[in-house]
Structure formats: structure tokens, C-alpha cells
Design a protein around this ligand. Structure first.
Ligand code: 5GP
Ligand code: ZN
Length: 114
């Protein structure tokens, strides 16, 4: 999508610090980290949110979550734990309308979130 920030990161128009990449997904460090480890995992294809992924394209969700698993391992978050967050829409606090999973770890995280 032309005007999408994360699509521009996928194409390299905007730089990022890559943590993991494969054919369908990309993971990079959040520019404003909320935890010692804060990585965003995205699909290379543009989807606005999880509910915009068509039911017959469920493999996209599998690819995304497999990339999340890879990031969790690379960031050494398995033993101490971590949190996955997908913000959606205005009430969800989504700022960038391109699906992304926040992987947060490296400190104790509060619950419930604000
Ligand atoms: P959201 O609020 O949409 O769930 O999360 C968007 C995230 O993208 C925020 O945590 C924000 O810090 C991050 N972000 C915004 N612009 C950039 C950028 O240009 N590069 C990187 N790496 N992260 C960004
Ligand atoms: Zn996009």
C-alpha cells in the first residue's frame, strides 16, 4: 500500500533494525521500545488488521505466528516469558494500520494493560 509506513519498511524505503525475515514476514525493533525487548512482527503483504485477513488465507496467520516464535527464541524470551500484543482500531490504540504483533519481554509486564 502506497502510503503505509510498514509497507515502506518492507520495501526498504524506510530503514529498520531487522531481527528476522523470511519470504512472507519481517520482524524489526520498535523505534520507541516499551520493554528491553520490543519487536514488531509484520506480514509483508498489507493487511490492516487481523480481521481483514480473509478466512481462506489462514496460512498468513500461521506464517505470522511462526515468525513470532522465531523472534521469541532469538530474543531469548522463552525462559522468563513475554507478551504478544495486537492493537486494533481506535479503542485498541492502533497507530499504524498494517497488522503487527508486538513482542515484549525482558521485564515484568503489568496486567491488566492500561
Ligand atoms: P501500534 O500503536 O499501531 O500498535 O504500534 C505501532 C508501533 O510502531 C509503535 O510501538 C511505534 O513505536 C512503532 N513505530 C512507529 N513508527 C515506526 C518506525 O518508523 N520504525 C519503527 N521501527 N517503529 C515504528
Ligand atoms: Zn502496509
Amino acid at each position: 500500500m502506497d502510503n503505509c509506513l510498514f509497507c515502506k519498511i518492507v520495501t526498504g524505503q524506510i530503514p529498520c533494525t531487522k531481527v528476522y525475515e523470511d519470504e512472507n514476514t519481517l520482524a524489526f525493533r520498535d523505534i520507541d521500545p516499551k520493554a528491553p525487548s520490543h519487536v514488531l512482527v509484520i506480514t509483508k503483504e498489507h493487511f490492516g488488521a487481523i480481521h481483514e485477513i480473509p478466512a481462506d488465507q489462514g496460512s498468513v496467520i500461521v506464517q505470522l505466528m511462526n515468525a513470532v516464535t522465531e523472534v521469541v527464541k532469538r530474543e531469548n524470551l522463552v525462559s522468563e516469558g513475554y507478551r504478544l500484543v495486537i492493537n486494533s482500531g481506535e479503542n485498541g490504540g492502533q497507530m499504524v494500520p498494517h497488522i503487527h504483533v508486538h513482542v515484549l519481554g525482558g521485564r515484568s509486564l503489568h496486567w491488566p494493560p492500561g
